[in-house]
Write a protein that binds this ligand. Sequence first.
Ligand code: FMN
Ligand code: SF4
Length: 652
Amino acid sequence: MASCENLFKPLQVGPVTVRNRIASSAHVTNFGVDGCPTERHAYYLAEKSKGGIGLIIMEAIRVHPTTHPGPKAIGGYNQRALPGLKMVVEMVHHYGAKIFLQLLHMGRQTVSTETYQPLWAPSAIPCPTKKEIPHAMTREEIGEVVEGFAYSTKLAKDAGFDGVEIHGAHGYLIQQFMSPFSNKRTDEYGGSMENRLRFAREVIDAVREAAGTGMAVGIRLSGDEFSDGGLTLDDMQEIVPLLAGAGKLDFINVSHCNYNGLSFATMIPDMHFPFAPFGYLAAGIKQVVPDVPVFTVGRIVDPLQAEQIIADHQADMVCMTRATLCDPELPNKARSGRLDEIRNCVGCNQGCVGMMHRGFPITCLQNPTVGREKELGIGTLRPASQPKKVVVIGGGPAGLEAARVAALRGHRVVLLEKRSELGGQLIAAASIPCRQEIGGVYRFLSLELQRLGVEVRLGVTATADSVMAENPDVVVVATGSVPVLPEYEGSGSAQLATPNDVALGIVDVGQRVMVVDDDGHYRATSVAEYLADQGKEVRIVTPRSVEGSDIVLISWITQHQRLRNLGVKIMTGTVVREVNGSTVTLEDVYAGERWEVEGVDSIVVAGLRQAEDQLFHTLRGRGAKVVAVGDCVAPRYALEAIREGHLAARQI
Ligand SMILES: Cc1cc2nc3c(=O)[nH]c(=O)nc-3n(C[C@H](O)[C@H](O)[C@H](O)COP(=O)(O)O)c2cc1C
Ligand code: SF4
């Protein structure tokens, strides 16, 4: 059995002893109400503590009103958040983890429609992504924000936090001052390195003083801004010893990037990035401050990889943030050698940052208990008082999760799947090389069914009679959905196909392919990428304002880059109107202008789907309790399917 012995050695972070080397770095949850933390925060973070994590860095609190983007974020500039923060600390401590609080001013990297205040920044230069021109801070305003950091530190101390992390990364205010990319001041806060570091040093000193003894004080920094004219690893190797000198900092948490195009896309790297792509940055910082604990972050999901990072002295602490969001029990499972039982984060960015950026509370595509730990968390699964015979029809994500949860509760579960393998529509999604990792979702669930003794029958087409012949107490129908191809006007001829047909190699789409993105998700864009990668001439046509419009920006950016690099043409605000032979007539949705594209061999349409609900309706009234979950209720995505499968199995 592979061991993680280094990963489970305690780490001294200033005055704080952390029980192991696994941390969860700060992440906004949108669980806040009225700018205050809630019970939801407390249960969510306590779940990670229960799962065995060493250190939690709680999401950023806002040190000043000029950086408070709405009521779901936490304000740290008055006393209102104190009771909620205390509750969080108590619950996390109860299960043994230490907890630090992140302190943040976003500077220009937000918008005033969120803060209701002009943005404050070192210079009146807009953020490349947010585009709003900020106000160049006066000396008095700089002093006010420094005081804000101190005030929030005091709040953290009063709430019982073990430490604070100053957010000096991701292009936020402190980094804006440090970097020539965003700081063009000519006073004592701009120009030379010494001057650009002045604000950071003032903040560190003020925070240190407010923290007093007994609390750890550290900083999160970008090891590289990945921006022309911005800070590089070389710069940071010079800067970090200057900031951390004389014991001023108890840890350095090395992240990377700012909000500048492709740099922004690296912040929360998705499945298109390799594992641990930025570990070299932490290793580079470790070289220059060997005596200060250095944290690393970024798509580290496998405890064995984390173990290697620690064993190789690349870093002292490994942040496994989404990994422990997806499976909060990862540390305990790794510690007890149950590596196969870990539900690995697949880097889809759909439930976590995807929801966060849309303004919703975070969740996880694979773990529907996120944010609902009080009702659904560890230890809440009631064993069945009377084990029942449960027949699940359909081995897609909804059926697999329903079968898993029902089996965990002690029911006798039989799963019937008409295909020769489990996974449902995720099989097609994972057949596309750039989306392969999504297959981890059904591989994990399939392994769990095996472990839990679920009887899986493949290649079985269920009918109402064959299902009832099983004498089930409960039938869970998870029969999914089928695509509906449109009927375009005209004489037709260019072949119509679905993304799944392409992904599974069922059709030959020819050389010139039009991909219709009526879906906004990955179905169209990933197929377009796949086909273009094979050297085909690909056009995406979408009625929306961008292709893949529902893909979170952080992931959309790199996908767009890949599509463009592969020569994919993208036509937005456009629909297909007619198909005549290989000529396709397109129309601008809003202006009504029409034009023709000639020589189209195939049109791949990611659009309407229809629920496969016949079996559900036939089974009702046949004696057993029948519930439907996932796409056969209404066609959506894996996230909704897994959530419904999970919740339904809890009700059995
Ligand atoms: C939903 C979400 C919100 C985040 N919010 C913050 C934040 O408030 N402060 C911060 O420093 N990093 C934030 N991050 C970045 C994470 O701390 C971390 O650097 C990133 O998720 C990569 O680590 P991972 O691959 O272990 O998840 C956020 C990440 C996610 C997924
Ligand atoms: S939603 Fe996707 S990326 Fe986010 S934690 Fe879950 S599996 Fe990982």
